[in-house]
Design a protein around this ligand. Structure first.
Ligand SMILES: *[C@@H]1O[C@H](CO)[C@@H](O)[C@H](O)[C@H]1NC(C)=O
Ligand SMILES: *[C@@H]1O[C@H](CO)[C@@H](O)[C@H](O)[C@H]1NC(C)=O
Ligand SMILES: *[C@@H]1O[C@H](CO)[C@@H](O)[C@H](O)[C@H]1NC(C)=O
Ligand SMILES: *[C@@H]1O[C@H](CO)[C@@H](O)[C@H](O)[C@H]1NC(C)=O
Length: 866
């Protein structure tokens, strides 16, 4: 017994269970003693206990558990042993004893035929405890040169006439072929037509001797007969030829033939046919038409079902042919199997399907296609023989109803095939094995005889005999003491417990029923926890001033007042005390590392540690192994996600830094290398050439590396619990400006400022100079005018129609004449632009040319023209 102490019972079939079922199972199986299948069943005797489950045992020790026994006597073995039961355990196991174990034979020749063994072992005794399977291993090896009996059963209706010709020398040739397969070969012969009554055959007097009378194609044949056994199995094949040659065909009336009658007789008349017990039996059935089956006989008034017995008379003819109906398929199958006969239907092609369908209904039968004239009969028999010899199918006989058998075939390839009991394609000499498991569903009634069953390969004579006994009783029951002193003379003492007689109660039958009530002054007080509380807390009976607690399907109820149980503790997810504590009288006692009413709170903080080694990323508290984030916006198992936290960028920096240390490998996804796995877990990292800064819900982060490079990355949280990091492939390390450049730049700008100032100064100087020069010119002009007018004495206005030049420019003669006076040059300082314009024609000219209009007209059109 290797079940874990107080652990769940190992499930008999170990196969993976879906998680839900597993959970359910875990909840149902005895984590706590109250839920174990043995104690829950409230067995009151050893025999009852054994029936509960194969893992339950009974303690027959008299003082087990002390006088105030609370310990159940029916329990798992471990629990009983722990309770101090010692050697007085009753818990028999299923056992298997091999009684006969002769080795398998290899060749048939050289052995007496009855010593050939094709199955091993041959006899086994099995002691079954209900619910506990016994495994038996059977080996089968078809033996070379195994003796073969072949009985040839031939349809002799008229249509088989050509076939009869074809097999006239069959015996010789068949013997030759078969001796290549086995040296020990016997051949027999029988024939059939149909029942010789109406409507199956011609019964009119004119047909009595020759039913073919008047049939032009074949005018002469013999009367119909049911079945004729012509040649008992013999190794003188010449006699087979002789017999065949003596045969003549017959004629029946309807198409179906009476072949099934013949098969049955050939199968059951073992003595007359001469089947050898230790040989392989082949019955070759050749026909070219369909058979009559059970109930067809009614047509001829034959209502008596076939009795399955041999009815061959002195002349080896079937005598009951006109008394009994045709046999049923079931009867045929049974009789064939009983006599280990392989039936080979050799039928014409048009009836192949029908006979094929019969093979499914009659075990151990094969069907082969016979040519119209039986040409291929030898090949057909050889094929069928090889087919039969290359196949082993195990069959169980006389299986008791309360026994379950399951098979596993281990064929020549050594692979176990559960549920199979057949091996194919064997070569002679191959060994195959079968594992048969027997399980009793219950115990047989007392006095029922032992069971015997047989395992047998189909068509083999060899069997494995199984003697099955049931281990349903306890040895200690043999020493039961009726009316025992140990049971206060009020009951039977058996296996450590008292079975009290009527009216007696208590573990030792020490109380009488109703005794409590008679006592007068409140004898039931000891059954109340406190005044006014219900008796035994309402969960038990007060017997002999002690509480006998009820059994509950949920678990054990205990305590002096039945006030305790081990199933009403707090549960979490269906598990009592979350599976992390023991239930004691309604309270969870948590295992180390767990706290809380239902022990669902772990004191471990490991699950709260975030990637950066802090508890809950420093943004929350660790409660029962889970982070409760306090920082607004933080979430995630360890509060590690928080795009809105001030240090959002900081939390992702580690990952990015780690990534940048790796070479930007071919993949731009997170690196396959695990180095950064810890920091980058939950992060989907994409490395890009440019980081887009305008994506909504994305924080853009910068930091400076030790190399003074600026790393830019974008961080966002996507649904599905992943953060997305978009990181530049290369940090931005822009090169520092050189000193020379700075010097040049500074120098250049100083120079530029100087030049600009210089230019401004120059311009101002130039303007100033011009003004001075203009003033000088006008001074000079005035000076000359005065000199001229002074010298020539004529006023300017008197000059008539000539225009004058100088001063403010040249005026049109009209204009000046209208004014009626000569223009006067204004004094210096207030001169307009006309002054500059007039300059070109103002230089001193000889006065002689002055009168002849010295200025070209274009120059006189105004200042805009210059
Ligand atoms: C029950 O099995 C045990 C072995 O487990 C065996 O010793 C005992 O004789 C068996 N009892 C019966 C009644 O078969
Ligand atoms: C044989 O059985 C199959 C299916 O069971 C059926 O379809 C078919 O008709 C049967 N053939 C004959 C000849 O009875
Ligand atoms: C523990 O159980 C209590 C009560 O059922 C529940 O409120 C709480 O959420 C559970 N805690 C955990 C960590 O499962
Ligand atoms: C990852 O890279 C580091 C060095 O960069 C190296 O030591 C480690 O073995 C690598 N791991 C894997 C799984 O390639």
């Amino acid at each position: 017994m290797s079940a874990p102490p107080r652990g769940p019972l190992p499930s008999p079939r170990q196969r993976p269970l879906p998680p839900l079922r597993l959970l359910l199972l875990a909840a149902m199986l005895p984590l706590c003693p109250g839920l174990n299948v043995c104690t829950r069943g409230s067995a009151s005797s050893c025999e009852e206990c054994l029936l509960l489950h194969p893992h339950c045992a009974w303690c027959s020790k008299e003082d087990y558990g002390g006088p105030q026994s609370e310990l159940p006597r029916c329990d798992l073995r471990e629990n009983l042993a722990r309770g101090g039961c010692g050697g007085e355990l009753e818990g028999p196991h299923t056992s298997v004893h091999v009684l006969q174990d002769d080795p398998l034979s290899t060749r048939a020749s050289g052995h007496a035929l009855d010593q050939l063994t094709q199955i091993n072992p041959q006899r086994i005794a099995v002691d079954l405890r209900p619910g506990e399977a016994a495994r038996v291993r059977v080996q089968v090896r078809p033996v070379e040169d195994y003796p073969l009996d072949l009985y040839y059963l031939m349809d002799l209706s008229l249509s088989m006439k050509d076939d009869l010709d074809a097999i006239r020398h069959l015996g010789t040739r068949l013997a030759q072929e078969m001796r290549a397969l086995t040296r020990n070969f016997r051949l027999g012969f029988g024939s059939f037509v149909d029942k010789s009554t109406s409507p199956f055959s011609y019964t009119a007097p004119r047909y009595r001797d020759n039913p073919c009378v008047g049939y032009k194609l074949f005018p002469s044949c013999v009367p119909a007969f049911g079945f004729r056994h012509l040649l008992a199995l013999t190794d003188e094949v010449g006699r087979f030829n002789e017999e065949v040659q003596k045969q003549r065909v017959s004629r029946n009336r309807d198409a179906p033939e009476g072949g099934f009658d013949a098969i049955l007789q050939a199968a059951v008349c073992t003595d007359k046919v001469g089947w050898r017990k230790e040989a392989l039996h082949l019955l070759v059935f050749t026909t070219d038409d369909v058979p009559h089956i059970a109930l067809d006989g009614k047509l001829g008034g034959l209502v008596q079902p076939h009795d399955g017995l041999c009815h061959l008379d002195q002349a080896n003819e079937y005598s009951a042919t006109n008394q009994m109906d045709y046999p049923s398929l079931a009867l045929l199958g049974e009789k064939l199997a009983e006599n280990n006969i392989h039936l080979i239907f050799a039928v014409t092609k048009n009836h192949y399907m029908l006979y094929k369908n019969f093979t499914a209904l009659i075990p151990g039968t094969t069907v082969e296609i016979l040519h119209g004239d039986s040409r291929n009969i030898i090949q057909l028999i050889v094929n069928a023989y090889n087919g039969i010899r290359s196949k082993v199918e195990l069959e169980a006989w006389d299986v008791p109803e309360d026994l379950d058998l399951t098979y596993t075939a281990i064929c020549q390839d050594g692979v176990a095939q559960p549920g199979q009991r057949k091996c194919r394609d064997l070569k002679i000499g191959d060994t195959v094995a079968f594992e048969v498991s027997l399980e009793a569903r219950g115990c047989p009634g007392p006095g029922s005889p032992d069971r015997r069953l047989a395992l047998k390969p189909v068509g083999f004579r060899d069997t494995l005999e199984l003697l099955v006994t049931y281990n349903c009783s306890c040895a200690c029951s043999a020493h039961a003491e009726p009316d025992s002193a140990r049971c206060s003379r009020g009951g039977t003492y058996s296996c450590g417990a008292c079975a009290c007689g009527p009216g007696r109660l208590g573990a030792r039958c020490q109380c009488r029923e109703g005794e409590g009530e008679e006592g007068g002054e409140a004898p039931q007080a000891p059954c109340r926890e406190a005044e006014g509380r219900p008796l035994c807390s309402g969960r038990g009976e007060c017997v002999c001033q002690r509480c006998l607690c009820y059994h509950s399907d949920f678990g054990r109820i205990y305590g002096p007042f039945c006030q305790c149980d081990d199933f009403s503790c707090a549960r979490s997810r269906g598990l009592l005390c979350s599976g992390h504590g023991d239930c004691h009288c309604g309270e969870c006692q948590c295992h180390a590392g767990f706290v809380g009413d239902n022990c669902n709170c772990t004191t471990e903080t490991e699950t709260c540690v975030s990637g950066d080694g802090q508890l809950c990323s420093g943004r929350g508290h660790c409660v029962c192994g889970q982070c409760q984030c306090t920082e607004p916006g933080a979430f995630g198992d360890t509060c590690e996600r928080c795009p809105t936290c001030p240090d959002a960028c900081g939390t992702k920096r580690g990952c990015v830094e780690c990534l940048l240390q790796l070479p930007p490998s071919g993949s731009d996804r997170a690196p396959a290398n695990e180095t950064c796995q810890k920091q980058c877990r939950d992060a989907v990292v994409t490395r890009v050439d440019t980081v887009r800064l305008d994506v909504p819900d994305t924080v853009t982060c910068f930091f400076k590396t030790a190399q003074d490079c600026v790393v830019t990355f974008a961080y966002s949280e996507v649904p599905g619990g992943k953060s997305t990091l978009t990181v530049l492939k290369e940090p931005d390390c822009g090169s520092a400006p050189s000193t020379l450049t700075i010097l040049l730049a500074v120098g250049g700008s100083v120079l530029l400022v100087g030049l600009v100032l210089l230019a401004i100064w120059k311009m101002l100087v130039t303007i100033h100079d011009r003004r001075e020069f203009a003033r000088f010119q006008s001074e000079r002009a005035r000076a000359r005018y005065e000199m001229v007018s002074g010298a020539w004495g004529a006023p300017r206005g008197g000059a008539g129609k000539e225009s004058t030049c100088g001063g403010p420019g040249c005026l049109l003669p009209g204009a000046s004449s209208r004014k009626g006076r000569a223009p006067v040059l204004p004094g210096g300082g207030t001169r307009g632009p006309e002054a500059a314009v007039s300059l070109p024609c103002s230089p001193a000219r000889p006065p002689t040319r002055f009168t002849a209009n010295p200025c070209p007209l274009t120059e006189l059109n105004g200042p805009s023209a210059s």
